[in-house]
Write a protein that binds this ligand. Structure first.
Ligand code: ATP
Length: 236
């Protein structure tokens, strides 16, 4: 099932085009990694997918299977939430906000969903702790649980491992892969870590202010671009 179809997309800031000619589609249970150098347009595209920025050209079409408020989102670690004066449970529960519409309170169902995701990510023991007292890796797990509270279909992650140590980074990648495989959760992830990306992703979207490549990871691995981007050496 196709969730999102992007055709001939461009984005501009103050009439300056920063991304153009983007054409790709997102199918249910895909794991798409968006690669590219700094300033290549990755975050701008994510803003477009989250309906936070309007394309200057082309269109993003959501299928009947998904609405734009059914997308979970986890941003870079430098997120404002790092200083959020709240417990782990409250932070995770706040992931239900986008699904609440005009309803001003959390229901039992919202709380049950928060608890389910806390369990899924193995952070039940941290539930009552203050979010600001956690390690970077623990905070990112909490924010992943929060992102999952907003969706059962599509999770967008913008550089989720930035600033984490290598071991915690691997743990987080494994968790994301587990969610993709066991829940059939569709994943779109922006990352600088191309080597890890090609280990996990089903598809690669490579940007350089335009679309350089979109296709399966297997196809991508055969390209010269992949070799160069991965800094030479064997692509495994
Ligand atoms: N709010 C803004 N106003 C003006 N220009 C912007 C704005 N946000 C981004 N840009 C410019 O758009 C281009 C693409 O930026 P974007 O943040 O999408 O790139 P990126 O690939 O996500 O980069 P990084 O890997 O450094 O996060 C850059 O040249 C950037 O300077």
């Amino acid at each position: 099932m196709t969730f999102i179809e992007c055709s001939d997309l461009s984005f501009s800031y103050e009439n300056k085009t920063v991304l153009s000619k983007v054409n790709f589609s997102v199918e249910k249970a895909d794991y798409i990694c968006i690669l590219g150098e700094n300033g290549s347009g990755k975050s701008t595209l994510v803003k477009g997918l989250l309906n936070l920025k309007r394309p200057s050209n082309g269109k993003i079409v959501f299928s009947k299977g998904i609405k734009s408020n059914e997308i979970g989102y986890l941003s870079q670690q430098k997120s404002m939430l790092k200083d959020f004066p709240a417990s782990v449970f409250e932070v995770v529960l706040s992931g239900r906000l986008s699904s609440m519409g005009i309803r001003p309170f959390y229901t039992k169902k919202d709380k049950a969903i928060a608890n389910k995701n806390i369990e899924k990510l193995g952070i039940s023991h941290l539930k009552k702790k203050s979010f600001v007292e956690l390690s970077g890796g623990q905070q990112q797990r909490v924010l992943l649980a929060r992102g999952l509270c907003g969706t059962e279909k599509l999770l967008i992650l913008d550089e989720p491992v930035t600033g984490l140590d290598p071991l915690v980074t691997l743990e987080l990648y494994d968790l994301i892969k587990m969610i993709n495989e066991t829940e059939k959760m569709t994943i779109i992830m922006v990352t600088h870590d191309a080597r890890e990306a090609i280990k996990h992703a089903s598809h690669i979207l490579h940007l350089a202010n335009k679309q350089l490549f979109f296709g399966t990871t297997e196809e991508y691995k055969k390209t010269r671009m992949a070799e160069e981007f991965l800094g030479g050496g064997k692509v495994d």
